[in-house]
Design a protein. Structure first.
Length: 64
């Protein structure tokens, strides 16, 4: 849960920053976009994170 909270905050912060900068260049809009994006990113990480982790582990395991 803590991992999801931190990871979603980082993702939302970086994604909204880059997209806002590319589209407008205004930092004030970034803050608003972040406040909207973070709960969405957190929900996605909490819902899909375990499934993505399982898929990633399957790709990364070696067959002996």
């Amino acid at each position: 849960m803590v991992f999801a909270l931190i990871m979603s905050a980082i993702l939302a912060f970086l994604m909204t920053g880059v997209i806002t900068f590319i589209n407008t260049g205004f930092l004030l809009r970034w803050g608003r976009a972040f406040v909207i994006a973070w709960p969405i990113a957190l929900s996605i990480v909490l819902l899909l994170g375990p499934h993505v982790r399982t898929i990633a582990e399957r790709f990364c395991t070696q067959d002996d």
